[in-house]
Design a protein around this ligand. Structure first.
Ligand code: 13P
Ligand code: SF4
Length: 384
């Protein structure tokens, strides 16, 4: 195996397999070759001044993140958006579910823009409302729905958050999943965890001490989730069969290989990684935790990081005194995060300057009200 020392590739669309564009903005998108893109983005932002607030998720490209007024994980960004009620426009450099959360948590007067509507999330797409409603009906038929509290990861669509709001459930993030699960188990004896089975399992087993065999996986493509009535009765965690296509790639073998190759390397991973990888890691935590851990690490320390590559690459560049490698043999960005590039950002900002709100993300009032219930339950938890 070849270890990938970072920085290893130039950032840019040459390595992004999904960078074809023009779907949602025909004709108006500046070409990526335009040498004035940086100046155009700067000029448009200056013209908009305080009227625009640009949010950048940690997994965004450098070319975009340089224009973010704030950076953060999905939870922090949603809160940051809510903290700027004076900003007329929120330009969300992230993916669709994050822009929806920002719309839910901001005022009706504020408009949220996602520069490329193709920036979705494959994990969020793995739990559709109709599938989740059917699963709930099956739990009702099995006579256990009244014991189950639905918990959804922030990385889910607004209608799934609304479902949780309607059914006494709650939203969690990768940084507060343990606290949220404790809250849920004070209200029910079982949790249905959506849509990321890995975050659910890792938190239940490693933080709450729930035995692995008490975690069952609900496959939405199978009758009754592929589970028997007995399995459902016996389960403590009913994990939705969803995963992140980026974090799901990291393998326990690579952990072993890197440990053999780099003496003293510490393995630092996001809880969206597979349980087998997390078990072999030294530290596990959210994107914000990963950034803080590296910032506080001593010079000369060595780290293999299992999270999205734009962030790992940025950390490697920011900390040249530490050895930072990517925990995978091959390069893999989140292709939907990478959809937001400088041409799309310029297009969105210049359109706002001209008075046109493009790619507006708007959650309908009913969904918004019910999703807010689930989000508010999380926000009301101590320290969150
Ligand atoms: P956080 O933003 O909560 O760290 O989640 C990671 C992720 O996969 C975002 O899409
Ligand atoms: Fe979705 Fe994973 Fe990409 Fe995050 S990194 S947006 S969870 S596919």
């Amino acid at each position: 195996m070849t270890t990938v020392d970072l920085p290893l590739l130039p950032l840019g669309r040459g390595v992004d397999p999904n960078s074809e564009r023009g779907v949602d903005c025909p004709g108006d998108l500046p070409p990526a070759s335009d040498p004035d893109l940086v100046a155009r983005a700067r000029a448009a932002k200056e013209k908009l001044g305080e009227r625009v607030f640009v949010l950048g998720h940690h997994y965004q490209r450098d070319e975009v993140i340089q224009f973010a007024d704030v950076t953060g994980d999905s939870f922090k960004l949603a809160r940051d958006a809510a903290a700027r009620p004076d900003a007329e426009y929120i330009v969300f450099c992230g993916v669709h579910f994050m822009a929806e959360s920002a719309d839910i948590l901001t005022t009706d007067e504020q408009q949220v823009v996602l520069p490329d509507l193709a920036a979705g999330c494959s994990m969020a797409d793995m739990a559709r409302l109709q599938q989740v409603e059917s699963a709930w009906e099956a739990l009702e038929a099995a006579g256990i729905a009244d014991q189950v509290v639905p918990v959804t990861y922030m990385n889910s669509s607004a209608d799934i958050k609304a479902f949780c709001g309607r059914h006494g459930g709650v939203v969690c993030t990768s940084s507060n999943a343990e606290t949220v699960l404790e809250w849920a188990f004070e209200r029910g004896s079982k949790v249905m965890f959506l849509p990321d089975q890995h975050l659910g399992r890792n938190t239940a087993v490693l933080k709450l001490g729930i035995p692995l065999e008490k975690n069952v996986v609900w496959n939405p493509r199978l009758a009754n989730g592929g589970l028997t009535a007995e399995q459902l009765q016996d389960a403590t965690m009913i994990l939705w069969q969803g995963h992140c296509s980026v974090h799901g790639r990291f393998s326990p073998d690579t952990v072993d290989e890197l440990r053999a190759e780099i003496p003293g390397v510490q393995i630092l991973v996001h809880p969206e990684c597979q349980h087998e990888v997390v078990l072999k890691a030294d530290l596990v935590g959210s994107t914000e935790f990963i950034i803080k851990t590296i910032a506080e690490a001593p010079a000369g320390s060595a780290w293999a990081i299992g999270t999205e590559l734009n962030l790992v690459q940025r950390l490697a560049n920011a900390h040249p005194d530490k050895r930072i490698v990517f925990l995978d043999r091959t390069v893999c960005y989140c292709s939907t995060m990478n959809r937001i590039d400088l041409p799309h950002l310029v297009w969105a900002l210049e359109s706002l300057v001209e008075g046109t709100v493009v790619n507006k993300i708007e959650v309908d009032p009913q969904t918004q009200a019910e999703a807010t219930v689930a989000l508010q339950r999380m926000l009301d938890l101590p320290g969150k």
